[in-house]
Design a protein around this ligand. Structure first.
Ligand code: ADP
Ligand code: MG
Length: 464
């Protein structure tokens, strides 16, 4: 019955979500009206109960209308202890036959903490940066899957999602998550963890080959409990590295050791990646991180300034979140600049001051392939007029408002000068452009409809 239900659920949610939350689940008990589902970890429990309760119940009821409730229970005795104190955890224990990391065994043989191992060889240094934690990572809809998968792996390495493959654009928090996972595992499981960027792995490998020590090099990796490889896109066009890495991967994987990989793109988009590696990468759990939405950006700003004991008022936070959206690193850069500047000046930040300060970051949109033509077309389309009505000389009444909005967006998103803007809207005077921009900015303050219009139009040409 559960297989039938799973089959139906699989069709209605994304593959990644299905693998993350439904893999390794089973039914552990049926009481008249209730079904108890055994799940591999606390995250799956919370997620299934919160987010998927509806779909699970409705799917089950198609076959067994008498069922009206479900509950999830951890199926691993160890988890009870781990999560003691957090919620009620039933004592339903189902033997977990998965291959596991045997961390209890490795504990005995586990070496001293990384920095004391003294092998002088980098493979025995964890390379973990203690500044990265799960606590400081802001979770939003853009990264919740990746976050949950990392947490789950951190709790039980080598058990559920192996390998774990996290991908997403630059500055979106991949390294942070990977490092946080490594730190957590090292602290909790006292396991041998190693974090390394793929580029560095490749360089060290080549060095070792030149020194005729390739075997020793690989042996060091094979002894790890957890291997974390950052920026795996560097495997592209490196045949020798791919080959050697494949052997390391296989060996760890066969022994149930956890492998965590990040990349700026999914495996299938890494050029010249060997098929066997691609299928290994895709064979575990894949989770992507996308750009944070407005709410998440606000939450990130709030968290970051709180960490630094700095205060910004809501208006400024909104301004930053609205204007800096390419990635979190940019946001962090802007905040650092603001904090340093205002601490030096010992002054209250004003919106104007902040806008000047981060202007270069905001105008970085210049490089993102947005052209005046694209903006004007998006505005025209929205207001249902011809683009030429905006950029040609002429006094059509219905073009006035769209033109003002276009002027504002040319300024805001391309940082064009007012004379430049005047040029792109039919050789009008720069003062016309200035006036229109000011008018829109003022109105935006209080006019909710205009705010929505602008937001909608920007979404047409911005690549978030
Ligand atoms: P990536 O490896 O994907 O290029 P990083 O992990 O280096 O990105 O993230 C860039 C910066 O942004 C780091 O300082 C990181 O701490 C921060 N950061 C990214 N995402 C988040 C997040 N969700 N919450 C808090 N900080 C974040
Ligand atoms: Mg990184």
């Amino acid at each position: 019955m559960w297989q039938t239900v799973l089959g139906e659920i699989e069709l209605s949610i994304s593959k990644a979500s299905f693998t993350t939350w439904f893999k390794n689940t089973s039914i552990c008990e049926i009481n008249q009206n209730e079904i108890k589902i055994a799940v591999p970890n606390i995250f799956a429990k919370e997620w299934l109960e919160k987010k998927y309760r509806g779909i699970i119940i409705s799917t089950i009821r198609k076959h067994h209308p008498e069922i009206n409730s479900i509950s999830c229970h951890l199926n691993n005795g160890n988890n009870d202890k781990k999560n003691a104190g957090s919620k009620s955890v039933d004592s339903v224990v189902i033997k977990n036959n998965n291959q596991s990391l045997d961390l209890s065994g490795s504990k005995k043989t586990a070496p001293a903490p990384a920095q004391n191992r003294g092998y002088g060889e980098s493979a025995f240094y964890s390379n973990l940066n203690p500044k990265y934690h799960f606590d400081t990572y802001v979770v939003g809809s853009n990264n919740e899957l990746a976050y949950a998968a990392c947490k789950s792996v951190a709790e039980d390495p080598g058990v559920n999602y192996n390998p774990l493959f996290i991908y997403g654009g630059v500055g979106l928090g991949k390294t942070h998550l990977l490092q946080a996972t490594g730190n957590f595992i090292e602290n909790k499981h006292k396991a041998r963890v190693k974090y390394i960027g793929m580029e560095r792995f490749a360089n060290e490998l080549i060095d070792s080959i030149q020194a005729s020590k390739a075997k020793e090099f690989k042996n060091k990796y094979i002894q790890l409990d957890v291997l974390i490889i950052d920026d795996a896109q560097f495997l592209s066009k490196k045949e020798k590295t791919q080959e050697e890495f494949f052997h390391v991967f296989e060996s760890l994987y066969q022994h149930g050791k956890q492998i965590i990989i990040s990349s700026d793109r999914p495996p299938k988009s890494i050029p010249t990646l060997e098929d066997r590696l691609r299928s290994r990468f895709e064979g575990g759990m894949m989770a992507d991180i996308s750009k944070p939405d407005m709410e998440t950006r606000i939450a990130i700003i709030e968290k970051k300034i709180q960490e630094k004991n700095f205060y910004l008022d809501r208006q400024i936070i909104n301004y930053l979140a609205e204007n800096i959206y390419h990635n979190v690193r940019e946001l962090e850069g802007a905040l650092n600049k603001i904090i340093v500047t205002y601490q030096l000046r010992n002054a209250e930040p004003s919106i104007k001051g902040i806008a000047d300060l981060v202007e270069d970051l905001i105008s970085s949109n210049r490089q993102k392939n947005i052209t005046p033509q694209k903006i004007i077309e998006a505005v025209a389309e929205f207001f249902d007029i011809k683009a030429s009505d905006i950029y040609e000389k002429g006094r059509k009444k219905q073009a006035i408002r769209p033109r003002q909005v276009a002027i504002h967006l040319l300024r805001k998103d391309l940082s064009l000068s007012f004379p430049e803007i005047g040029q792109s809207i039919g050789g009008r005077d720069h003062s016309t452009a200035m006036y229109a921009n000011k008018k829109i900015i003022k109105e935006l303050d209080s006019n909710k409809i205009l705010q929505d219009q602008v937001k909608f139009i920007r979404e047409k040409y911005m690549i978030y």
